[in-house]
Design a protein around this ligand. Structure first.
Ligand SMILES: Cc1cc2nc3c(=O)[nH]c(=O)nc-3n(C[C@H](O)[C@H](O)[C@H](O)COP(=O)(O)OP(=O)(O)OC[C@H]3O[C@@H](n4cnc5c(N)ncnc54)[C@H](O)[C@@H]3O)c2cc1C
Ligand code: SF4
Length: 479
């Protein structure tokens, strides 16, 4: 695995299939590591001009100390670079892989803005941290002293895990409850393995377990265990449940077989990559092999679906989006990757229903044009009369975004205040909710967002909880 990752670094400046093939042909790990990977990392890191106005850092949600770890990498001081990278980030190797860097750190690199191509900050972050794992520099958490107070965290996604990491380092007892059988949230069951290898996520979870974080899995709060019971058991609680209610499509034929939700499709695909028994995949229900696939939506989830379908051996993969390329919410880098892999984008196309005879046979498409910009500045799509047609399909994947579940209703806790969008109301700095001692982080507060923002929330909530708990009541020396 180390070899695989190292090879990926060598090719990751801007990946192309040719570069990926070349990486597969490469043979000797040590040779590649010495001759290519380290020099490549040093060369990239050395391109940082140490400009003194680190826009990269201010546009990283974690305010990672990017110039410092780039400088250390350029000097070959990888362990020190790793120490700095991980001091602000629970999952540097994960962010290095999946942050939309073009919108964050790299998009604001002054070298990029002067037209010379960004320093590939994410790739260096990933390389440095992967090297740290391979070299044994990543250690289990060992707090200086143990505290008696405990914090219960509901949701084992990046928000909950980051809070757990920071609290555990201060000796707080931490238990994480999650309804799934594996921790990691969308990092485990949402984001596909070709973007984020699952062993990378599992290594971090094991590190937390080894550091004393307790995981209670297969436990749906509100069903298997009440929210009140968790509050009664812990000194503080963090809600980090993410957003999972799928925006739906109505219209004729919308209940036909073969029209599926993106989250179900991706979860099944990820389960398969863990080697699980997955009847929905084996039966073909949630498997694109040999099918004409149409994905509806223009965000990153849609991009993950189209790219997964290609890998599963779909006959054709089309992505329908009601605006044009310039107005789509997903990362342009992801669109380029998908196009390169053979996905066809049908811009300015909105579904109005489905043709089906039991199973879906096609999507009834309305052609659109862009009108005047709305209040947000985005041009609104307008219908072109008489231009409808049917896009043939055997599998239709709905990737229209996610909304929060009704947490106060499901958990019988009406005092927990939510916004008009149903997200939990929390202080933007401390993440405290309307309930004393209860904090909320990640997508359940922000709406569908990013891993790096969930990590930031988790870190900030942990700091606020430490203040709330006060000085350690009965500190005991750690072993
Ligand atoms: C397909 C897809 C691709 C994405 N790709 C990227 C990407 O490339 N880069 C990026 O930065 N972000 C990406 N994101 C967004 C990112 O995954 C989320 O913003 C992030 O995971 C949110 O973290 P979280 O901790 O708030 O919630 P989640 O990761 O959603 O974790 C929430 C956890 O809470 C658990 N839970 C929910 N309800 C209960 C309950 N009642 N009881 C017990 N447990 C419960 C869930 O099982 C889950 O494990 C993607 C999202 C999707 C859907
Ligand atoms: S965490 Fe994300 S935004 Fe911050 S430096 Fe790393 S890749 Fe860039």
């Amino acid at each position: 695995m180390a070899k695989q990752r190292m090879l990926q670094f060598v090719t990751v400046g801007r990946e192309t299939p040719e570069k990926r093939d070349a990486s597969v042909r490469a043979q000797d790990f040590n040779e590649i590591y010495r001759e290519f990977a380290i020099p490549k990392a040093e060369e990239q890191a050395g391109r940082c001009s140490q400009c003194g106005v680190p826009y990269c850092q201010s546009h990283c949600p974690l305010h990672n100390n990017i110039p410092d770890w780039l400088r250390l990498t350029a000097e070959g001081r990888l362990q020190e670079a790793y120490e700095i990278a991980q001091s602000t980030n629970t999952f540097p190797e994960i962010c290095g892989r999946i942050c939309p860097q073009d919108r964050l750190c790299e998009g604001n690199c002054v070298i990029e803005q002067s037209g010379h191509g960004t320093v590939t900050i994410g790739s260096v972050e990933k390389f440095v941290t992967d090297t740290a794992w391979d070299m044994g520099w990543v250690k289990p958490i060992r707090p200086h002293s143990e505290r008696t107070e405990s914090v219960g965290i509901i949701g084992a996604g990046p928000g909950g895990l980051a809070a757990a990491d920071f609290l555990r380092r201060k000796g707080v007892q931490v238990t994480i409850y999650d309804r799934y059988d594996r921790a990691g949230g969308l990092m485990t069951y949402g984001i596909p393995g070709f973007k984020l290898e699952k062993d990378v996520v599992m290594n971090r979870i094991k590190q937390l377990e080894d550091g004393g974080v307790q995981f209670v899995l297969n436990c749906t709060v509100g069903e298997d265990l009440s929210f009140d019971a968790i509050r009664g058991k812990h000194d503080a609680v963090v809600i980090a449940t993410g957003v999972y209610k799928t925006r739906d499509l109505m219209g004729p034929g919308s209940g036909a077989e073969g029209i599926v939700r993106a989250i179900d499709y991706l979860t099944v695909s990820n389960r398969k990559s863990f080697g699980d028994e997955v009847p929905e995949y084996d039966s073909g229900e949630l498997n694109a092999e040999g099918k004409r696939v149409v994905v509806i939506g223009g965000g990153d989830t849609a991009m993950d679906c189209v790219r997964t379908a290609i890998r599963q051996g779909a006959v054709s993969v089309k992505c329908l989006y009601r605006r044009d390329r310039a107005n789509m919410p997903g990362s342009q880098r992801e669109v380029a990757n998908a196009e390169e892999e053979g996905v066809e984008f049908v811009w300015l196309a909105a579904p109005k229903g489905f043709t089906a005879s039991g199973a879906v046979e096609g999507v009834m498409v309305q052609r659109m044009r862009l009108g005047a910009p709305d209040a947000t500045g985005r041009q609104s799509p307008e219908l072109i009369e008489g231009a409808d047609y049917v896009e043939e399909a055997d599998l239709v994947i709905k990737a229209l975004g996610f909304e929060p579940e009704d947490i106060p209703g499901l958990w019988n806790v009406p005092e927990l205040e939510v916004t008009r969008w149903g997200t939990i109301k929390a202080d933007f700095r401390t993440h405290a909710t309307s309930l004393p001692g209860v904090y909320a982080v990640g997508d359940i507060v922000r709406g569908a967002s990013l891993v790096v923002w969930a990590i930031r929330d988790g870190r900030e909530a942990a700091e606020a909880i430490l203040t709330y708990l006060g000085q350690p009541v009965a500190a005991v020396a750690a072993e």
